[in-house]
Design a protein around this ligand. Structure first.
Ligand code: IPE
Ligand code: IPE
Ligand code: MG
Length: 236
């Protein structure tokens, strides 16, 4: 197999919409937050597996700009869980050679969590095997609006192209996701990577996120490996 074929087989950027935590908990007659905790725990091992597959960018949708509409107790609980998870797991993630990055709007995030996020980014900045991207308070529409407003602020007058716009996104250096997995049986994007997903491949599974395991990941990656991406062109 030549390099080109190799590149086709493994997504360079894998994105996962972590969905189904609430239903996972409900199934077990547990409060929803137990589902979120189980979901976050799942991420530890996933970072290891993803790295082993040779994936370079791994992004996860953990909290959307719309998730603030949930009951305050759930939102507060999630923010505490994020803080706890970052504090407890950053060393393990770093040991894997992964750099932690956050993607999303910085407003509304509780101050203590915001500080912890900044610290985790600084602490792992030199790692270069895997970029582990946590999308918290992320919305695809918000990202596009923020980019446009920042262009206006910059005083630019002349027309822009796609590359110009991308430079103003939250993580301009990160390539578009090749494969987007969504768990829990929902068949939608829910405002994730709107612009960036123009040519992404999708994989849906009914499994709730806390039950998503190595085997499931394997299945998704095998499925992806068999797809032909044409980008509007013709079969090569
Ligand atoms: C995904 O699980 C995690 C977040 C959106 C924070 P959900 O909380 O959406 O779980 P379901 O969809 O209610 O089962
Ligand atoms: C999408 O899940 C957002 C995250 C996984 C963070 P939701 O559960 O919020 O999406 P909808 O409401 O079912 O579309
Ligand atoms: Mg959901």
């Amino acid at each position: 197999m030549n390099d080109d074929q190799n590149l086709k087989r493994v997504p360079k950027h894998l994105a996962i919409i972590l969905d189904g935590n609430g239903r996972w908990a409900k199934q077990r007659h547990l409060p929803r937050l137990f589902g979120h905790r189980a979901g976050l725990r799942k991420l530890e091992n996933m970072v290891r597996l993803v790295k082993r597959e040779g994936i370079r960018y791994f992004s996860v949708y953990a909290f959307s700009t719309e998730n603030w509409n949930r009951p305050k107790m759930e939102v507060d609980g999630l923010m505490s869980l994020f803080r706890y998870y970052i504090r407890r797991k950053v060393d393990e993630v770093k040991k894997e050679g992964a750099r932690i990055r956050f993607c999303g709007r910085k407003d509304k995030i509780p101050e203590e969590l915001a500080k912890q996020m900044q610290w985790a980014e600084d602490y792992t900045r030199d790692q270069n095997i895997l970029d582990f991207i946590l999308c918290i308070n992320y919305g695809g529409r918000a990202e596009i609006i923020d980019a446009v407003n920042n262009i206006i602020k910059s005083g630019r007058q002349d027309p822009i192209n796609e590359d110009d716009l991308k430079k103003y996104f939250y993580l301009p250096d990160v390539p578009d996701p090749d494969l987007i997995i969504r768990t829990s049986g929902e068949l939608r994007l829910s405002n994730f990577w709107l612009w960036e997903s123009a040519y992404s491949e999708y994989y849906f599974t009914n499994t709730y996120w806390p039950d998503f395991d190595e085997q499931e990941l394997r299945k998704a990656l095998d499925d992806y490996a068999g797809r032909e991406r044409r980008y509007g062109g013709l079969k090569s």
